[in-house]
Unconditional design. Structure first.
Length: 182
């Protein structure tokens, strides 16, 4: 019997390969994006055989996820439309790059089109500094811990926690730097 090459067959093989050497959360990360691409290819492009995917299809998919509004559920509210940002394509790019590399090595596709497409990783989101009301709230909690500490040791630990917090605020040290004492 000859196995028909379908998206489901190829995606299952991809999952089995990833499961041999990656953590389950990482496997899910790659497989979710690859499955979304496969569903898009079948529903929008009507490509039911992964061997028939072209570079144009891959580029169109990235255009689709970047420029079409996504519908998401937020809390208990009805679905709302959120515009996709440029950074939304990066997780898909990483996952599809791994998927197509694997499919090419396994002989499912004749060419890995992701070798011809290169995206730069998005810049990290800037870390917002604490606002004054947050700092005051944290200091109140630390002062409360010191006031209610029943033993001298717990008072000392509460004072130490406040000193560490104030050192972070004033110096800009990283946690690793404070822990090493350098």
């Amino acid at each position: 019997m000859v196995q028909q090459i379908t998206w489901e067959y190829v995606l299952d093989g991809f999952r089995f390969e990833l499961e041999t050497h990656l953590k389950p959360a990482t496997v899910d990360y790659y497989c979710v994006h690859a499955r979304l691409f496969a569903r898009w290819a079948q529903e929008i492009r009507h490509v039911t055989d992964p061997r028939l995917i072209s570079k144009r299809d891959v580029q169109d998919f990235f255009h689709h996820i970047t420029h079409s509004p996504a519908t998401t559920l937020v809390g208990n509210r009805p679905a709302k439309q959120v515009s996709s940002a440029e950074r939304t394509r990066w997780p898909y790019y990483r996952s599809l790059r791994r998927f197509f590399s694997w499919a090419f090595q396994e002989g499912f596709i004749a060419h890995n089109y992701l070798d011809d497409i290169a995206f730069k990783p998005p810049k990290p989101v800037p870390i917002e500094p604490y606002r004054l009301e947050h700092i005051e709230s944290l200091l109140e909690v630390l002062d409360h811990d010191w006031r209610v500490a029943p033993t001298p040791r717990q008072k000392m630990l509460a004072a130490r926690d406040k000193a560490i917090f104030l050192m972070f605020l004033e110096s800009g040290l990283r946690l690793g730097e404070l822990g090493r004492g350098t």
